[in-house]
Design a protein. Structure first.
Length: 264
């Protein structure tokens, strides 16, 4: 079990970091928005604490989409005027305030879903417009190791503390923006604020698959087994991500056609 805690999330972080280096901030952000951190954490919680506990944690994680977007918005706006220390401080304050608010409110899976979808529906218009994104700087071994260690530390902390902090805060802390922190700070230092804004905007778009994953778990875990709920959640994630990709491609084609007609 300890080996899973130490390897699952850091492995995903390494893959996303390499994707950002190869394909740029849009792809890295879209991947980072997927449940690559919360998925393994909820799986480990389900194994250690049982399906009902994990279902409640998944509901809280679904609510935490609001906190995740709050972090991204605060960093995206702050990084245009300030360096990474102030931008990170503002983003963490935004996340903590949102999480504290969510932690004191009762949510069912369906009310949590409504909050998450409302948040994702509104947030695209709230991000600053990015300029041309700079090229991603090469990821050093030391930098990649720090990212992976941060992911491992979060996984061990949440799964270890889950018994004492309860399912609500286990779910909220499972969505603590470890990926957002490490990717934003390293990218801000290496490639500039426009790269970060593009990254965080794409990360918010990728959260639709995160929502599908957590909602599926919150609904299925109380009524089925871990062996059924998690594969179904992964399937829901894949279908949602495919739908997002298809929508983006269709929209890009429509914009291209419109642009050609205007120039004709």
């Amino acid at each position: 079990m300890l080996a899973l805690k130490l390897l699952l999330v850091p492995g995903f972080i390494a893959c996303i970091s390499m994707a950002g280096k190869r394909w740029g901030p849009s792809v890295a952000g879209l991947l980072a928005g997927m449940p690559v951190v919360v998925g393994p954490i909820l799986f480990l919680i389900a194994l250690e604490r049982g399906a009902p506990f994990a279902a409640s944690a998944a509901t809280s994680a679904l609510c935490a989409v609001f906190a995740s977007v709050s972090f991204s918005l605060a960093y995206a706006w702050s990084c245009r005027r300030h360096g990474w220390p102030l931008a990170l401080t503002a983003a963490l304050c935004a996340w903590l305030a949102a999480a504290a608010l969510l932690g004191g409110l009762p949510f069912s899976p369906f009310t949590a879903l409504a909050l998450a979808l409302l948040t994702l529906g509104i947030c695209p218009s709230l991000f600053p417009l990015p300029g041309p994104a700079g090229l991603a700087a090469p990821v050093s071994r030391a930098g990649l190791l720090m990212r992976m260690l941060a992911g491992a530390a979060l996984t061990v902390a949440v799964t270890t503390l889950s018994a004492s902090i309860g399912s609500t805060w286990s779910g909220l802390l499972a969505v603590f923006p470890v990926l957002g922190i490490v990717l934003s700070v390293f990218s801000h230092r290496a490639a500039g604020p426009d790269f970060v804004v593009t990254l965080l905007t794409s990360m918010a778009a990728g959260l639709f698959s995160f929502v599908a994953f957590c909602f599926t778990l919150a609904v299925l875990l109380p009524q089925s087994t871990i062996a059924i709920a998690f594969p179904m959640a992964i399937l829901a994630t894949a279908v949602t991500q495919w739908a997002i990709k298809a929508y983006r491609e269709r929209r890009a084609r429509q914009q291209l056609v419109t642009a050609n007609q205007e120039h004709a």
